[in-house]
Design a protein around this ligand. Structure first.
Ligand SMILES: *Cc1c(COP(=O)(O)O)cnc(C)c1O
Length: 408
């Protein structure tokens, strides 16, 4: 099947693997979806075939840590969705990020991170890479001047940012960041676009060299698999893929099948979640038991204008502060029936968490506040259920939890 080169996103979501490999289906025994190929190793008919493989004349697999046809197919689908030359899949989002950083950084290099990147990304850079002589600077996502002055010509290799961020959905001005990064030779811009997805953000078209996804979230989208991906420039992806073969941070073919299957409905799901997210944010904004709401769709959000320029949709994650203390907020969450208590986001199910009790459990009130996490903060990942049901669930739980006098 030859996919027309001007195919739209919804078409690419379903047929993306065929975009760069028209023979994909033929190779897969004419099965319509990609079959799961369970093989740790691959046989060669003769030593001549082996030579052809090592000299790059054959399109085939060799050993499971270096590649797998089901994984390759899902990688092609991600590349098509991102409009990237190539993509690589990993055992989790963190496997993608750590393998990428190990692949491109060496002792003496410097990396710039926006401060509110995923907590484990920050931890890996500041606590692990630092042991290998990699230095880092954390900058505020809104402070472009600080970002620019933190780049050390000749030493800074990467600027790593994320958008929208967790839990306040900050949207860094990617156009400005990419202009800054591209002024210094040799610096690469990496964007973790897990919250945005390729439906809402065209990160590579906006100047990123590489885009990163925790496919665990929206890409696979069903809360049933862990996976991570990078997509972008062919040489860069191939460099990271080689290091994946050394570290062994590979994705299992069963998981790759779930990622590819999940992505077929990505555009449908994300459009629904964009709409429902904005509806829920508007509802919460006018609720007497809620003190503030964070969603880029709201005019009150500090990055609303930037988000309107960069994003095609504002996403399905909404954060908000309940009127009340730690206990009141817990009571509200315990009263939710449809919204399910769990970490993670981006799946079909609506998930809810009290941020202080999830990612920041072991900390004191003061330490949490110092990190910008009040105890009444809730993060909601809106699923694909009927938005009226989601709103009714939140309304009932808020009214049950927050002292009636305040709400009345
Ligand atoms: C969840 C997440 C990750 C890590 O992904 P895993 O698949 O859980 O390893 C990285 N970045 C962002 C923005 C995330 O939300």
């Amino acid at each position: 099947m030859h996919l027309p080169p001007d195919s739209k996103l919804d078409t690419l979501a379903v047929h993306g693997r065929s975009a760069s490999d028209p023979l994909a289906r033929k190779k897969a025994h004419d099965a319509v979806p990609t079959p799961i190929v369970c093989s740790a190793t691959y046989t060669f008919g003769s030593t001549a075939e082996l030579r052809d493989h090592f000299e790059g004349r054959a399109d085939r697999e060799e050993y499971g840590r270096y590649g797998n046809p089901t994984v390759r197919s899902a990688e092609r689908a991600i590349a098509a969705l991102e409009g990237a030359e190539d993509a690589a899949l990993f055992a989790s989002g963190m496997a993608a990020i750590t393998t990428l950083l190990f692949a491109v950084l060496k002792a003496g290099d410097h990396v710039v991170l926006t401060r509110d990147v995923y907590r484990r990304t920050r931890q890996f850079v500041t606590a692990t890479l630092s042991k290998f002589g990699v230095e880092s600077t954390l900058v505020d996502p809104g402070d472009l001047a600080a970002l620019e002055s933190s780049i050390i010509p000749g030493r800074t290799r990467l600027v790593f940012t994320e958008l929208p961020t967790n839990p306040y959905l900050r949207v860094v001005d990617l156009d400005a960041v990419s202009a800054i990064v591209r002024r210094t030779r040799g610096v690469k811009l990496v964007v973790d676009a897990t919250f945005a997805t390729p439906v809402n953000l065209r990160a590579l078209e906006r100047g990123a060299h590489l885009v990163v996804h925790s496919c665990t979230k929206y890409l696979a989208g069903h809360n049933d698999v862990l996976a991570g991906a990078i997509a972008g420039d062919e040489n860069l992806v191939s460099l990271v893929r080689d290091v994946r073969g050394v570290l062994g941070s590979v994705l299992d073919p069963h998981a790759a099948f779930l990622v590819e299957r999940g992505m077929k409905t990505l555009a449908l799901r994300v459009r629904t979640q964009n709409e429902s997210g904005a509806r829920v944010a508007a509802f919460l904004s006018s609720h007497p038991a809620v003190q503030s709401v964070f969603h880029p769709s709201l005019a009150s959000h500090p990055d609303h204008e930037v988000a309107k320029r960069l994003l095609r949709g504002f996403g399905g994650v909404v954060s908000f502060r309940v009127r009340g203390d730690l206990e009141t907020t817990s009571r509200f969450i315990d009263h939710c029936r449809l919204a399910t208590i769990a970490p993670s986001l981006g799946g079909t199910e609506t998930l809810i968490e009290q941020v202080a009790l999830m990612s920041y459990y072991g900390l004191s009130t003061e330490d949490r506040l110092a990190l910008g996490i009040p105890e009444d903060l809730v993060r909601l990942s809106v699923g694909i259920e009927d938005v009226e049901d989601i709103i009714a669930d939140l309304d009932r739980a808020l009214r049950a939890a927050v002292v009636c006098a305040e709400v009345a």
